[in-house]
Design a protein around this ligand. Structure first.
Ligand SMILES: [Zn+2]
Length: 304
């Protein structure tokens, strides 16, 4: 049976009411690993994040995908502590961000070594946390994949196939996504195991249709930020009209404790989507899609 691999064990569809597929608990996006990079006290993070997870749970969302890969200060030990304190399961990622955030060890590593490392995180666990990665998070440059990014993508493709895991990529331009899909096809990965993170950043919707037409997931995931809610509604409606309702996910890219700022910076609540966007969807006559978009699709996209 397929299930989500979370910080609190596996979760089947029956156990999940609602899932946010792209949020953050602890992330550090500073380049070059300056002093204090990725450093944080788990009690401070819990104090900031746990109440918001509990509020989210009251809204009927009881699972969240944490999207921080290597290169962005990933701290699975802290995510695990937060998750346990809130009683809220998180799906955490293996994988590596794009250049120039890719750490030197990964630049130097062979594809085979990167594959073995991701496979270990997906099947055995991450560091000494006892938590398995639930999926693979990557990225690509805006003007195309660099050689190192392509090496990481091919290693991820092999790990994804072996572990029946999904790959999600922060990719801003549609042309780059189509190249990633070509590579995954070459590696034998079914394209319904690929999530186009930040689909909304590509303004040419023709690319959305092409990627979805090949089987990929579209993720409209900056709701509550940019663009405006009405624009998200338009993007959603277009993809639904084109018949891709089984391949769309909605999220906010919100949170998070950022160690680059005092007290982890100003937190962006996870509750925006249910408080503000879902009512707009209902007004637009899309209430019938809530279960599909907020529960079934993200479950199917990430389940292993
Ligand atoms: Zn993100």
């Amino acid at each position: 049976m397929s299930a989500l691999v979370t910080t609190l064990g596996e979760r089947t569809l029956e156990e999940v009411q609602g899932i946010l597929p792209h949020e953050h608990v602890f992330t550090d996006t500073r380049q070059g690993e300056p002093p204090g990079f990725g450093q944080g006290n788990s009690e401070d993070v819990e104090k900031l994040v746990v109440p918001w997870l509990q509020k989210l749970q009251k809204q009927g969302i009881n699972c969240m995908v944490e999207c921080t890969p290597i290169g962005c200060g990933r701290r699975v030990d802290i995510m695990k502590a937060v998750s346990e304190a809130a009683g809220f399961p998180l799906v955490v990622a293996t994988g590596i961000y794009r250049e120039p955030w890719i750490p030197q060890w990964a630049v130097d590593a062979s594809g085979a070594k990167l594959y073995e490392w991701m496979k270990k995180e997906l099947t055995v666990g991450i560091e000494d946390t006892g938590v398995r990665a639930g999926w693979i998070k990557l990225s690509a440059g805006d003007d195309g994949l660099t050689a190192v990014e392509e090496k990481i993508l091919r290693a991820a493709a092999r790990a994804a196939k072996e572990c029946s895991a999904t790959i999600g990529s922060h990719t801003i331009r549609g042309e780059v996504v189509l190249r990633q899909l070509d590579i995954l096809e070459e590696e034998g990965v079914p394209l319904d195991r690929f999530i186009w993170i930040h689909t909304q950043a590509e303004s040419n919707q023709e690319f959305h249709m092409q990627a979805a037409g090949r089987g990929a997931w579209l993720e409209f995931d900056g709701i509550g930020g940019s663009p405006a809610d009405e624009d998200y509604l338009g993007l959603l409606q277009s993809a639904l009209d084109a018949g891709f309702g089984q391949q769309i996910m909605l999220s906010q890219d919100r949170g998070w404790y950022d160690p680059a700022h005092p007290d982890g910076s100003t937190f962006k609540p996870y509750t925006y989507l249910m408080d503000s966007f879902v009512p707009l969807m209902r007004e637009a006559g899309l209430a019938g899609w809530e279960e599909q978009l907020l529960r079934i699709n993200p479950f199917r996209a990430f389940a292993r």
